[in-house]
Design a protein around this ligand. Structure first.
Ligand code: GTP
Ligand code: MG
Length: 248
C-alpha cells in the first residue's frame, strides 16, 4: 500500500504550477502528487511533463481533453488513487490559497488522531481568509451557514477544498453518483461522508487569495451550489447516497 497522494486539478495555472509542485514534493514525509490538467491553453501540462524527470515516480499527470470541471477532475483523481493503492488522499488548489505546509497537519489529523477525513477549515477560530474582498468573504461565510442549515451537517467550512481522506471514505462513496462540478462538489463529498458516519475533523488553516493566475469561479458554479444543496438534501431522503458495502 502506498501512503500519500495529493490531487490538484489545474486549468491555466502556468504561473503557479512549478512552485506548487516543488513546495509539495519537498515536504517531509514523501508526498506524491497527481495533477489533473484539462488541456490548459497556457501550456500548464508541458511544464509538468518537464518536471516529471526531476521527481521520478512521484509526480503524476492525467491530461484530459478539455475543460471538464473541478468535480470530475477529482473523481478521476480519486479513482486513480484507489486503483494505485494510496491510503491518504488529499484535495488541494494549485494557486497557493492552501498552504502546502498544512498538508502535514491534515495528514496527522487522519494518520495519528484516527479521523477518517480532515478538512482545512477557514471558519474554526473566526474567519481566516486573507486578501479576499469583503463581499466574497461574507458570501463564502454565509454560504457555509446556509449549507449547514439545509443539510444539518456539523461542519463549519462546508465549501472547503483542502482535505485529506482516508481511502476507506472514498471506497465507501459511490463516486459515479457524485454529479456536481464546482463548490457544490465540495459540499456533496462532505455531506456524503457525514451521512455515512465517518469521523471528520476540521483543522484551522489560513486561506490566502491567489496572487498569480486567474480565478475560474463563475455564476454557474455559484448557482449550482445554491440549488444543488436543496436537491442533494431531497435526494438523501430518498436514499440516493447509499454507501458501497465494505469490500475488505
Ligand atoms: N482540471 C481542472 N481544474 C480546474 C477547473 N476549474 C478550476 N480548476 C482548478 O481548480 C482549482 C480551484 O480553482 P480556482 O480558480 O482557484 O477557484 P477558486 O479558488 O474558487 O477561485 P479563486 O479563489 O478566485 O482563485 C485551481 O487549481 C484551478 O486551476 C477545471 O475545469 N478543470
Ligand atoms: Mg483559488
Amino acid at each position: 500500500m502506498k501512503d500519500k497522494l495529493v490531487i490538484i486539478p489545474t486549468y491555466n495555472e502556468r504561473e503557479n504550477v512549478a512552485d506548487i509542485i516543488s513546495a509539495i514534493l519537498n515536504l517531509p514525509g514523501e508526498f506524491e502528487l497527481l495533477i489533473i490538467d484539462d488541456a490548459s491553453p497556457d501550456g500548464t501540462a508541458d511544464i509538468i511533463r518537464d518536471l516529471q524527470k526531476d521527481y521520478p515516480n512521484r509526480l503524476h499527470l492525467i491530461s484530459r481533453e478539455g475543460k471538464l470541471g473541478l468535480g470530475t477532475a477529482y473523481i478521476t483523481g480519486f479513482k486513480y488513487a484507489l486503483e494505485h493503492q494510496y491510503t491518504y488522499i488529499f484535495e488541494m488548489d494549485a494557486d497557493f490559497s492552501h498552504n502546502p505546509q498544512d498538508l502535514v497537519k491534515l495528514y496527522e489529523a487522519c494518520a495519528e488522531e484516527g479521523n477518517d477525513m480532515a478538512i482545512g477549515s477557514r471558519y474554526i477560530n473566526g474567519v481566516n481568509v486573507v486578501n479576499w474582498p469583503m463581499g466574497r468573504v461574507l458570501m463564502s461565510y454565509f454560504a457555509s451557514k446556509y449549507v449547514r442549515f439545509i443539510t444539518g451537517m456539523e461542519i463549519q467550512d462546508t465549501t472547503a477544498g483542502f482535505k485529506c481522506y482516508h481511502r476507506r471514505v472514498l471506497e465507501c462513496i459511490n463516486l459515479d453518483n457524485i454529479k456536481f462540478i464546482g463548490y457544490a462538489f465540495q459540499i456533496e463529498m462532505k455531506f456524503t461522508a457525514w451521512l455515512h458516519g465517518f469521523k471528520i475533523k476540521e483543522v484551522p488553516i489560513i486561506f490566502t487569495d491567489r496572487t498569480r493566475g486567474s480565478s475560474k469561479m463563475s455564476s454557474g458554479i455559484f448557482k449550482e451550489a445554491v440549488f444543488g444543496v436543496i436537491s442533494m438534501k431531497i435526494n438523501s431522503l430518498f436514499n440516493r447516497y447509499q454507501a458501497i458495502p465494505n469490500q475488505t
